[in-house]
Design a protein around this ligand. Structure first.
Ligand SMILES: Cc1ncc(COP(=O)(O)O)c(C=O)c1O
Length: 386
């Protein structure tokens, strides 16, 4: 019999399964509106593409780079944090990975041992839970409802029998788009410092907020880790460049681990990222304005479509909607909706192990016309007439 480890028995990342079904429907019907994947529909900024093209035309080798990333990239990332968050960051603080997903695996290995407990929100980003489980860590889900805007609080941590080894926060969050209040984030950072809990602050949606500031955890405490990525604000998901701002004690373990796990992040992605980080942001800010228009459209029209129960997102490009009046099986319902009208949404089971069968996530990262068309199709679908 073929050997397969027990640790690999984790939940699939359902978004990817939905994307597969939607791509197949697109092949056979050509009518899909992709509101499932959390990715911009726009290409990398012109400066990134130009930098990549120039490097290829020059015949640059594109070989392995330093494990922690090319120095000019680490310098550009440090400068980006200084400019956007007003925090002092040095290139030595930055470790570059193949996407923030690659960063999480190395960080969990660097910081936690099997059996350690790591807390995260429910609802929350599923890959944290599934990767931690595969590595033998115990995941403690903090039940975060609408009353705390789906974000954790110090009061929740105070109720725990003992401090966890780690706490992961995401602001703006996936799947809710909500931002942690700046003072609460500072309180969480201080609590973690005092209790020996490693705070992991996923800030990959920074730059994508709508009238509400998202603070950086490093503005309060540098003993935590900040997670960044080129994927979202910079519209570069497939280029696979992410990074960590790490305290000194974790820098060398992260370098050693990523050297073994990945050798380095893709060289072409690093070159393109330098281009994006060192040029103006007008193109990217225009994307944000489009997301803001999409958000306003959803806030206005979702109640008429029958999906009125959601927290207006402060950032990212997601709406987390209750569908309990329509179904108790969000996976079957999303499959039926795709079949009925070609609208691809993500079932909530990915993000919430308890309530997810009554929730769906809409991603509004696409074109405004597509979001409007999806709303029209949903309004006409019998599946929305609960
Ligand atoms: C909250 C959050 N963190 C991390 C990631 C991983 O992003 P990447 O590996 O592209 O940097 C995602 C992707 O959707 C996400 O939503």
């Amino acid at each position: 019999m073929q050997r397969v480890s027990e640790r690999s028995e984790v939940e699939p990342f359902y978004v990817m399964e939905v994307l597969k079904a939607a791509t197949e429907r697109q092949r056979t019907h050509g009518d899909v509106l992709f509101l499932c994947a959390g990715q911009p529909s726009t290409p990398a900024p012109a400066a990134a593409r130009e930098a990549a093209v120039a490097a290829l035309q020059d015949g640059q080798v594109m070989g392995y780079t330093e494990s922690t990333g090319m120095l000019p990239l680490r310098q550009a990332i440090a400068a980006h944090h200084r400019e956007t968050a007003g925090i002092e960051v040095h290139s030595d603080d930055v470790v570059v990975f193949p996407g923030s997903s690659g960063a999480f695996t190395a960080l969990f290995l660097a910081a936690f041992d099997p059996g350690d407990t790591v807390a995260m929100t429910r609802p929350g980003y599923p890959a944290y839970r599934n990767s931690l489980s595969a590595l033998g860590c115990s995941v403690l889900e903090l039940d975060c409802g609408a009353e705390t805007r789906y974000q954790p609080t110090v009061a929740m941590l105070e109720t725990l029998a003992e401090p966890p080894a780690g706490l992961i926060v995401a602001s703006p969050a996936n799947p809710t788009g909500t931002v942690i209040d700046t003072r609460e984030l500072a309180k969480l950072a201080r609590w973690c410092e005092e209790h020996g809990t490693l705070l992991i602050s996923d800030e990959i949606y920074h730059g994508l907020t709508y009238g509400r500031e998202a603070a950086s955890a490093w503005a309060t405490s540098r003993s935590g880790v900040v997670v960044g990525s080129m994927s979202k604000y910079f519209s570069m998901t497939g280029w696979r460049i992410g990074w960590l701002l790490a305290p000194p004690a974790l820098q060398r373990p992260l370098e050693v681990l990523t050297g073994n796990l990945n050798i380095c992040a893709p060289a072409i992605g690093q070159v393109a990222a330098i281009g994006a980080l060192t040029s103006g942001h007008a193109e990217l800010d225009a994307h944000r304005e489009r997301y803001a228009a999409n958000r306003d459209l959803l806030i206005r029209r979702l109640p008429d479509v029958g999906l009125g129960d959601f927290a207006p997102p402060d950032g990212a490009f997601y709406a987390w909607c209750d569908v309990s009046h329509l179904t108790q099986d969000s996976v079957a319902w999303c499959t039926a909706l795709l079949e009925d009208c070609g609208v691809a949404l993500t079932p909530g089971v990915d993000f919430d192990t308890v309530e997810g069968h009554r929730k769906v996530r809409l991603s509004f990262a696409g074109a405004t016309e597509e979001v409007a068309e999806a709303l029209d199709r949903m309004a006409a679908s019998p599946l929305l007439k609960g």
